[in-house]
Design a protein around this ligand. Sequence first.
Ligand code: BES
Ligand code: ZN
Ligand code: ZN
Length: 506
Amino acid sequence: MKVVLERREALVGAYDASVSGFFERTDKDEPLPRLLQAEDAAVGGTLTHAWKARDFKGKAKEVTVLVRPDGRGRVALVGLGRRPLTPDGIREAAAAVVQKLKGRGVRTLSFRLATFAVEGIPGDEAVRALAAGALLGGYEFLRYKSSGDGGVEEVTIALGAEHSREEGSLRRVLDQELLLAESCLFSRDLANTPPNTATPEWLAEETRRLGRELGLKVQVFDEKKLAEMNCGGLLAVGGGSVHPPRLVVIEYPGGARSGKTVCVVGKGITFDSGGISLKPSSGMADMKFDKSGACAVLGIVRAAARLKAPPRVIGILACAENLPSGSAYRPSDVVRTHNGMTIEVLDTDAEGRVVLADALAYAVERYHPDEVIDLATLTGAAVVALGEYLGVLIGTEETLAEGLERAGRSVGERVWRLPLTDPHREMVRSDVADVRNIVEPRVAGSLIGAAFLEPFVGGRPWAHLDIAGPAWSRKGSLKWAPAYQPLGATGFGVRLVARYLLDGAK
Ligand code: BES
Ligand code: ZN
Ligand code: ZN
């Protein structure tokens, strides 16, 4: 999908659909909003009649479509719900529109900016939200479909006279937002790829491809090299699969000469069966999304490089497939990791932390980063605690955590902090090794996961994003998902961390 900005009357009939937003009506005698008079004229007064008949109310995401009497295109209205309007409300509205118009022969549509940049929403925020909502909401993973429905191909954000003086700055804002959203879609495509294709080596190859495209250095450590590097965690988790593990590194040198170094580390389990501690088969198919953290890392590096973010960004992917077999690791194994610390494996399904131990240890040893951010579909407990639409954020560094919270609010990828405390740290101590990978009884699962990871970060400022909830949208709960996160991988974390790197990590 293409998104462009034009100084043009949105209602000229040049588009298959011209879209305007309006607030929910609160009073049944309320007249048609003044802002919609042009739309009413474009459909010969039908809107007024429909309004009087209370055919549409303006509830959030309600979409009404009217064909123009001359047959030249349609006028579409999208409800913005009750006041106050937020950028997130606009993102949802734009996403709802492109979804509603799918399969109706609508190829081109325009949003009339003046009906969205209202009541305290500045033009640039409205442009951002419309662009992100349309692009993210219109996404479908079609690579394996023989035929598609045919969706909206070109979206125009139509500037009226009110915004003509801002045109230059709105174009810059739009370009940046599009890059963030496209990087998110890039990440979704990777994460949606099924595990018979998306093996650890495939993730490595996709990283090499991205590196070539962006001119970035990529290193791939295979199982032989991992053995030399004492990465016993990655080797243990990947040991049950015929697709051996990989540690993958992609380096963006940074746009500012004195910028920070930020390591962004992702869990890349290409399929998590649980291993010998096998998961129940219901829901196991979703575990192809267990590589979402690593896929987000690639999206983040892509966005940072394309937008020339100030900090140096090192993307690190911990890739392995967790399967049971005669060569699989087992409960009671003790493995030695890259920094020399040992892990007592008590449950092979708590594998994410075991591969991340090596990746984090390598990150801090090799790059001495100013900040470390990891993204991982680490615990089912994160879904229990916060549900499917919020990420768990755990970290002891205030400025980093606050910067990520702020960035998340701004892009619509919200995270909520949980408190890591000393008792959690004590609970992961093992009787026979330095740490153990599960704790009985199973309490505070997400914090236990973070407490396990912390010693591998060697005291560096660190933030852990457990994205087990929002990494993908499940069919059964789609109706509660933000409309800009349709079925399948969401790319959660890409726009959040990229926004942080652009704004907050100077
Ligand atoms: N990949 C899973 C976590 C997960 C579960 C993500 C459901 C998204 C949805 C992870 O490897 C795992 O299995 N974690 C275990 C940890 C437990 C054994 C301590 C879990 O959450 O049950
Ligand atoms: Zn697992
Ligand atoms: Zn897992």
